[in-house]
Design a protein around this ligand. Sequence first.
Ligand SMILES: Cc1cc2nc3c(=O)[nH]c(=O)nc-3n(C[C@H](O)[C@H](O)[C@H](O)COP(=O)(O)O)c2cc1C
Length: 129
Amino acid sequence: MSIQNEILNAIASRRSCRAYKPEQITAEELEAVTTAVLVLGEKNNPNGVQDASLVMGNLLLAASGIGLGSCWINRAKETFETPEGKALLAKWGLDPEKYIGVGYCILGYPAPNGTRTPGPRKAGYVLHV
Ligand SMILES: Cc1cc2nc3c(=O)[nH]c(=O)nc-3n(C[C@H](O)[C@H](O)[C@H](O)COP(=O)(O)O)c2cc1C
């Protein structure tokens, strides 16, 4: 029998959401998710340079922990290399020479058909050496 607890169950049951209700999430919900990322990220990397996959995992799990749907979306690097992307970075006060796009995290209230039921994960995918 495999070990189960609240955190492991949350990891196992979280799925990407690709359909959302039209209402925006609240400022408190957004704050809760981003704060969770900062807290965990700082512990893992005191120099402030955060590993993208760590940030992504924390964001997605923090979101599902408070009932939000989420999905990671690729190609932010390419977007922020365009003139429009660089203009946005400048508008937000971020130096395009220092910052690169890593990915987008979309958040929202899941629509009824937004999330699939977690299925069985690939067997034999991890090699223990
Ligand atoms: C680096 C990365 C990039 C992704 N980019 C996209 C994307 O552009 N569009 C999308 O719909 N999902 C994207 N996803 C979500 C994956 O499709 C999803 O995590 C994967 O199919 C597993 O499904 P699950 O999250 O429901 O378990 C991305 C995931 C990762 C890790």
